[in-house]
Unconditional design. Structure first.
Length: 63
């Protein structure tokens, strides 16, 4: 919901993201590929850590 509102407000104010802005690339398909890669590759260790925390693993670092 928040992202939708932000997108609307950006549009109303004539603002947009351009290729090269963070994960945004030129072309919607390329941006979608980037986000997919983030979810598939970039989050693997995060997923493992979440599982360790859920099963009460004591080897996780504590903040």
């Amino acid at each position: 919901m928040d992202a939708g509102i932000l997108g609307y407000e950006m549009h109303v104010n004539g603002q947009q993201f351009y290729g090269g802005d963070g994960l945004v690339l030129k072309g919607v398909e390329n941006t979608i590929q980037n986000i997919g890669r983030l979810g598939k590759v970039g989050m693997k260790e995060t997923d493992r850590e979440i599982i360790r925390m859920m099963v009460g693993g004591q080897d996780s670092e504590h903040c």
